[in-house]
Design a protein around this ligand. Structure first.
Ligand SMILES: Cc1cc2nc3c(=O)[nH]c(=O)nc-3n(C[C@H](O)[C@H](O)[C@H](O)COP(=O)(O)O)c2cc1C
Length: 335
């Protein structure tokens, strides 16, 4: 599947002009997540785009608030065979297998991303993935060398190989221990990314918060799921099963964000609401449920980088209609 990168450049130009008018109206989309300032709440979700000079330039122009890198491991990982990402009508199903070049290369890529994006006020969230608690700690130390603004801890990938019997995030105690190991080694705030595939996401969220998580990202993709090609009678993915994302999972993501924000009120833990967000309306829904930032993944596959500018324009429009001048005025209103 190819990604349309600049399909809405005209929209982005109009949105920048509107952003200037918004500044004059004293309307601000700025948010602060764990002490880090974002020019707006819309963040690229992990795993959606690789880091390259071309992509940095396009991201910088896209009006995005922040970016999350693809999850990196200590050693390079090849990942699964193609097809790894398939659009099935109401979202995506993917089994990429966490392919990545390993932390050494990733540190250089994050440094390059910082050079391009930090001068524009676009923070970088470095995502890490490991197979042991100890390795999570080691990775946090290595990746900190690149000085990302935040580290996101992926304990919730649904595409596990035979070595991994269950996701870390299925178990509250283990999730807490991973969080503790990362916090001990990280030199920036830590976001822990949770899975919806658990009995009670609040139990896991509370445990990671009690072990030092500064923020929670909810949710990773749902599943694993399966889509069959009825002509060949075979699964569409080479790995047979994969994580389900996109519009179909949004109500589950909103419920998770709502429950976590309600349960953890007063603990000072912020939330990145991710899952099925496709337009401004969906992003506003996440903010009403209590999210500080909003992660966008599958929508970039479907609609290109223009979605970011469209979302911020739509949020600003909503704020104007309701007389809000900052996101603080309506964040968590549904709670
Ligand atoms: C192709 C693809 C690759 C992904 N890779 C990662 C990854 O490396 N690390 C991670 O934490 N999440 C990964 N995710 C999950 C997304 O970051 C996000 O949590 C999920 O897709 C739900 O958001 P969406 O509905 O906006 O896509 C991936 C999702 C997709 C579709």
């Amino acid at each position: 599947m190819s990604i349309q990168l600049d399909s809405h450049t005209g929209v982005a130009g109009a949105v920048h002009a509107q952003a200037e008018r918004d500044t004059q109206d004293a309307l601000s989309l700025e948010v602060t997540l764990c002490g880090v300032r974002f020019r707006n709440p819309i963040v690229l979700a992990s795993g959606i785009l690789g880091l390259s000079e071309e992509i940095f330039a396009r991201l910088a122009r896209s009006g995005i608030g922040g970016i999350t890198t693809k999850s990196c491991s200590l050693q390079p990982r090849v990942g699964w065979h193609n097809p790894t990402i398939v659009s099935w009508g109401h979202g995506l199903i993917n089994a990429v297998g966490l392919s990545n070049p390993g932390v050494e290369v990733m540190v250089e890529e994050i440094r390059a991303a910082r050079r391009h994006l930090q001068p524009l006020g676009v923070p970088i969230i470095a995502s890490i993935f490991a197979t042991t608690i100890y390795d999570f700690g080691t990775l946090a130390r290595y990746v900190s060398e690149a000085e990302p603004d935040l580290i996101e801890v992926n304990i919730s990938c649904p595409n596990l190989d035979a070595q991994h019997e269950e996701m870390f995030s299925s178990n509250a105690y283990v999730s807490g221990q991973v969080t503790r190991a990362v916090k001990r080694n990280a030199r920036c705030p830590v976001v822990v990314k949770l899975s919806p595939n658990v009995d009670n996401i609040v139990t896991i969220a509370r445990e990671v918060a009690n072990n030092g998580a500064d923020a929670i990202c909810a949710i990773n993709s749902l599943g694993p799921g399966m889509v069959l090609d009825i002509e060949s009678a075979k699964p569409v993915l080479a790995n047979r099963t994969g994580g389900v994302s996109g519009p179909a999972i949004r109500p589950i993501a909103v419920r998770c964000v709502y429950d976590i924000c309600r349960a953890l009120r007063g603990m000072g833990v912020q939330v990145i609401g991710t899952g099925g967000v496709t337009d401004a309306r969906d992003a506003i829904e996440m903010i009403l449920a209590g999210a500080t930032c909003v992660g966008v993944g599958s929508a970039v596959h479907a609609r290109g980088l223009g979605v970011f500018a469209e979302m911020t324009a739509g949020i600003a429009d909503y704020m104007r209609r309701h007389g809000y001048r900052s996101l603080d005025e309506f964040r968590g209103r549904a709670l």
